[in-house]
Design a protein around this ligand. Structure first.
Ligand code: NDP
Length: 398
């Protein structure tokens, strides 16, 4: 049906390449481009059919435009880093190519991710007849779809949303992050913000926790309230929400390492002069930590990510929980990756499929929940991320 270009050959890029290669009837040709072409070639060698690889610096718009004009894909799947979102969007506009990503733009020098920069492209994409789909990973991505699906099929009004992201996997290292360490540490050390009564309320990072027992014997974990980018778009697109919170599981050991690294300055994002060289501590730390794309063979256990929604149906209060459980080792067997990259890469492939099959294709810049969830949710079940709904779950949440 169409040629697609994947930009970024990390943990998520590898999964997207595998999943697109499994669907030749949709993704007839695949180009995998990244800063280090050898990583693209290593992924290409794992796939069931040949793909093209390329070297590109995605911070450089003319370089990107030249590559897009040469390869002429219909769609770019951006799974490089959030810092490259705007340059890739600019290049897509110039070359006339549709766009999809999994994380919102973040300036390199400020750990503050917001949709405003990408929402500002709405008119440009609409005028060019191009579509940009924002945040088509798991969270954001599947969690936006879960919320939209629950709102559509179970409620007249949704009032309370809790997104709960549990990673019950263990990689055996004293400390490692399960996606890009720099992006991950910037995210979890940021101040917490949640939506309440029409505004975002700020609280210190990791200052509220509770215990959560996952369904299907995945286990009981401490989950911490933190800011996550889908809260910004969901609170905008579901104006009836009185409160929306995001929770993620962390072990005491993981948090202790983060605290110590923070205390000694290793998570700083500003440059420090060391022996005549400018060094950004968090980037140096990334070089020391295990590469998340290598965690696959050693990570065991499951993830359990879902949404708990409370609201009104026919004037009565009700609660609905929709979740997916994903097994790290099953992912590794299928695509040689752990479940965090898998749960991100599969919705990226499905979002791209929705666009290329014209189920979602419409000019402009869109968050996932602005599009109809049904076909996407059916494909989650077909392509490796089956979900379950529980009405009136036995849950007590803060
Ligand atoms: P990795 O660090 O493993 O991979 C990033 C890739 O992008 C690397 O191959 C890297 O190249 C490449 N890259 C970085 N900068 C450039 C550049 N300037 N030009 C070209 N290529 C570049 O990250 P992940 O795969 O873990 O994450 C990828 C994206 O997915 C991130 O944006 C992350 O925020 C997002 N994500 C979203 C989730 C969701 O649920 N929505 C969950 C997890 C991740 P090199 O190898 O040379 O460094």
């Amino acid at each position: 049906m169409a040629k697609v270009m994947i930009i970024g050959a990390g943990g998520v890029g590898g999964v997207v390449a595998h999943k697109c290669a499994q669907l030749p009837e949709v993704f007839t040709d695949i180009v995998l481009a990244s800063r280090t072409e050898s990583k693209c070639k290593a992924i290409a060698s794992q796939l069931s059919r040949p793909i093209t690889t390329a070297q590109v610096n995605a911070d450089n718009v003319p370089e990107l435009v030249a590559l897009l004009n040469r390869e002429k894909p219909r769609l770019v799947i951006n799974v490089a880093l959030p810092y490259q979102d705007l340059t890739i969007m600019d290049a897509c506009l110039e070359a006339g190519v549709h766009y999809l990503d999994t994380a919102n733009y973040e300036p390199l020098d400020t750990a503050k991710f917001e949709y405003k920069w990408q929402w500002a492209y709405q008119e440009k994409f609409a005028a060019a007849g191009l579509m940009a789909l924002l945040g088509s990973g798991f969270d954001p991505g599947a969690t936006n779809m879960f919320t939209a699906y629950i709102a559509k099929h179970y409620f007249d009004e949704i009032h309370y949303l809790d997104i709960i992201d549990v990673n019950g996997g263990n990689h055996g290292y004293p400390f490692a992050t399960n996606f890009n360490p720099e992006i991950n540490i910037r995210e979890v050390t940021a101040e917490c913000r949640h939506w309440e009564n029409g505004e975002f309320v700020t609280t210190p990072a990791m200052s509220l926790k509770q215990s959560f027992t996952c369904p299907e014997a995945v286990g009981t974990y401490d989950i911490y309230r933190m800011y996550h980018e889908e809260l910004e778009s969901l609170s905008k697109h579901f104006p009836d929400l009185k409160k929306a919170q995001f929770w993620m599981s962390f072990s005491d050991n993981h948090l202790k390492h983060l605290e110590v690294l923070g205390n000694v300055g290793m998570t700083r994002i500003d440059a420090v002069e060391y022996q005549g060289q400018q060094i950004v501590p968090i980037q140096f730390l990334k070089a020391l930590l295990p590469d998340p794309s290598t965690l696959g063979p050693r990570t065991k256990g499951k993830t359990c990510i879902g949404c708990v929604v409370r609201g009104l149906k026919d004037g009565k209060e009700k609660t609905v929980y929709l979740y997916n459980i994903c097994d790290h080792q099953d992912c590794y067997k299928e695509v040689q990756s752990q479940a965090i990259s898998y749960t991100t890469g599969v919705p990226a492939m499905i979002g791209a499929k929705m666009m290329l099959e014209n189920i979602w294709m419409k000019p402009g810049v869109w968050n996932m929940e602005q599009l109809d969830p049904d076909a996407f949710m059916a494909d989650m079940n077909r392509y490796g991320l089956p979900w379950t709904v529980i009405e009136e779950p036995e849950l007590k949440l803060l």
